[in-house]
Design a protein around this ligand. Sequence first.
Ligand SMILES: [Ca+2]
Ligand SMILES: [Ca+2]
Length: 322
Amino acid sequence: MKKTLACILAVLMSFGCCATSAFAATAPMDYGDANCDGSLDITDVTTIQMSLAKLVTLDYLQNLLADFNHDNEVSVLDATSVQKKLAGLPLPEGCGGAMLTDVRVSEFFADFNSGTAATNSPVTFTAKASVSGSGLSYEFLVDNEIAQPKSESNTFVYTFQNAGNHFVEVRAYNEWGFYNSSVMNYEVLSEAASELRLVTLYAEQSENAYTFVAQADGGTAPYTYCMTIKPDNSFGETGLSVQDVAAFNDYANANVIKWQLMRDEADNAYLYGEFSEGEAVSINKACLCFYVKDYVLSAQAKDAEGNISDALTTLVPGVKVG
Ligand SMILES: [Ca+2]
Ligand SMILES: [Ca+2]
């Protein structure tokens, strides 16, 4: 069984609501870095030699990295080739390079928002992840127990037996066993609500745009919705640049909601838009200037009687857009 190496996790809790997001990725690691300290030097040669002499035992990752010439074994050839590289001598073809360890959960959402599903109603959780290499797989946990073992399926259907708060986690693994996780604190009601509730809120990514989906039920139809997008200040990033506004205006057209650039009391910029039920709502990724920031998407649903229900979720940019 592959040894699991957790990536660096920064778990962001948002205002007691359902959305929690994990953000992480590790930098590529260099083949030959047998002691996994991020640099290639003579201590790596020593590490390989010591393992060949059975003086040390390499762990899973060390074994992968120590195989400098990619022949699927750690041998004296690897130690020699690393020495040659350090001496600036020519190497046999195919030696070295970087091992891509990057894996990242970009989205994790349920078809019922937290606090809207009752016990005994099946809830579908969907995760989306990206990986630099191949072999992406997903594992789902409920209250720290594995509820759906690792598989290629990125959806997970679960029926909660007990009301209350539950931790639902997805772990996306790459072929090397590195994983990135996203956790949500999911509240289950003892019985279904009849009042207005915003049951669905998530963002779908495509190559160029995000499409935002919100759906309410209960209350009195028809519903209208409004959505706000703003940078997640827990990352210390505030505001959208003027450039973003220009890009956003360029994108406006008939079938797309008109997003307005607003500023809060602290002068932080955010985008705000209103729309009616059934309208598609999408926005160009470049408009948000997704780079390293996360964004908070919040939505309100209003029914015909003026009742309001709201929800929020964290958008984790899966693709860097300059
Ligand atoms: Ca090293
Ligand atoms: Ca080798």
